[in-house]
Design a binder for this molecule. Structure first.
Ligand code: ZN
Length: 157
């Protein structure tokens, strides 16, 4: 068994889409960053890569590479799935915490789990997503950013 941790944070800015876990949310503010700035998928990819000691998403999908501009992070997640399998691992389970003051994420958690488990070719029951606010404190609490933390457990094939 191998465990990995991932963390990511993106700034909330006007005139950007807000995409979390592959779901596009109705919001006046969206996330700034490379690809589609899906902070949830980014944290998960780093946890998976970390568990396999395969580096991080910055190495595999450099923000300076135009090929990854505005690309769906779910597509990048499929690449990570293949890297993990290629290194001789299968995914036991993953767990993610999303920290956002708004929008309300809970109603969309099941849809996010389905999209992410589909991209990883694993059962939806092995993908857990939890949402919390930051109680008005810090960057997330002041609606300046949304962050996510993830943990992944891999099994040797
Ligand atoms: Zn990111």
């Amino acid at each position: 068994m191998r465990v990995g941790i991932g963390y990511d944070i993106h700034r909330l800015v006007p005139n950007h889409a807000l995409i979390l876990g592959g779901i596009t949310f109705e919001s006046s503010l969206g996330l700034d960053g490379h690809s589609d700035a899906d902070v949830v998928v980014h944290a998960l990819m780093d946890a998976l890569l970390g568990a396999a000691a395969l580096g991080d998403i910055g190495q595999h999908f450099p923000p300076t590479d135009e090929a990854f501009r505005d690309v769906s992070s779910l597509e990048l997640l499929k690449t990570v799935r293949d890297l993990i399998a290629g290194a001789g691992f299968s995914i036991a389970n993953v767990d993610i915490v999303v920290v956002a003051e708004e929008p309300s994420i809970a109603p969309h958690v099941l849809a996010m789990r389905r999209l992410m488990s589909n991209a990883l070719s694993i059962d939806v029951q092995t993908v857990s997503i939890k949402a919390t606010t930051s109680e008005g404190v810090g960057a997330e609490g002041h609606r300046e950013a949304i962050s996510a933390q993830a943990i992944a457990l891999l099994k040797e094939l």
